[in-house]
Design a protein around this ligand. Structure first.
Ligand SMILES: CC(C)(COP(=O)(O)OP(=O)(O)OC[C@H]1O[C@@H](n2cnc3c(N)ncnc32)[C@H](O)[C@@H]1OP(=O)(O)O)[C@@H](O)C(=O)NCCC(=O)NCCS
Length: 197
């Protein structure tokens, strides 16, 4: 089980609570054009019921030890929802997992996704004992490809028509990071990730 709260230099990553629903809705609505362009689930009517269903499923996944979703918040402004980051097992027996994230549009290009992902990769290779973590990025999503590059992910190849986004089947690039590659990568910032009481 991962810690329910992690901190990085600037960020608090924590398990979702039911009362996060309206903050999630606000962030999704404020970021809809960008989210809809690259992810399969956002839609113009995204509302409280969607957010509550997400939180319920997220809690279920935590309980079952299958997936760990975190709300991304600034340490000094924790009420504002900055985005989501998740890590989940794709094969427990083979110790393979996957990571995914989004950041609200008015907070992008400030290093948030990279900083949050670095913390979750530490958990993935640490507590979850993964040996490989993958990342699927829609072809053309340069911002996310840049995040992958900054984290040291290696491009494996193209997954044809992997996900349906906005009614269109979209090819994705499969990236992966191996445990030893993550361990050897120089840190851009200290990562003091530890549970907070
Ligand atoms: C992808 C996403 C998570 C990046 O979050 P972020 O907090 O801005 O990420 P970072 O700031 O850590 O890194 C983004 C990098 O991409 C760069 N970038 C942003 N837009 C870009 C573009 N159109 N072309 C090239 N580079 C771009 C930024 O300059 C930054 O690189 P730098 O640090 O070298 O300057 C965010 O844009 C997002 O949520 N997009 C919509 C949903 C999505 O695509 N999720 C990922 C699915 S795989």
């Amino acid at each position: 089980m991962l810690p329910e709260r992690l901190t990085t230099r600037r960020l608090l990553l924590r398990k979702f609570q039911r009362r996060d629903a309206s903050a999630i809705v606000e962030a999704v609505r404020a970021s809809l054009p960008e989210l809809q362009r690259w992810l399969p689930w956002p839609h113009p009517g995204y509302g409280r019921e969607d957010a509550l269903a997400f939180i319920r499923e997220s809690h279920q996944a935590w309980r079952e030890g299958r997936a760990y979703d975190f709300a991304i918040r600034h340490l000094d402004r924790p009420e504002r929802h900055l985005g989501n980051i998740s890590i989940w097992y794709t094969s427990k027996t083979q110790r393979v997992g996957e990571i995914g994230y989004w950041v609200r549009s008015d907070a992008t290009s400030g290093g948030i996704a990279t900083e949050a992902a670095e913390a979750l990769l530490d958990q993935g290779f640490g507590v979850m004992r993964l040996h490989k973590i993958t990342l699927r990025i829609a072809v053309g999503n340069r911002a996310s490809e840049r995040v992958a590059e900054k984290l040291g992910f290696v491009k494996e190849g193209i997954l044809r028509q992997e996900l349906q986004i906005n009614g269109r089947w979209v090819d994705h690039t499969l990236y992966s990071l191996l445990e030893h590659e993550h361990a050897l990568r120089p840190r851009s910032f200290p990562v003091p990730d530890r549970p907070i009481d």
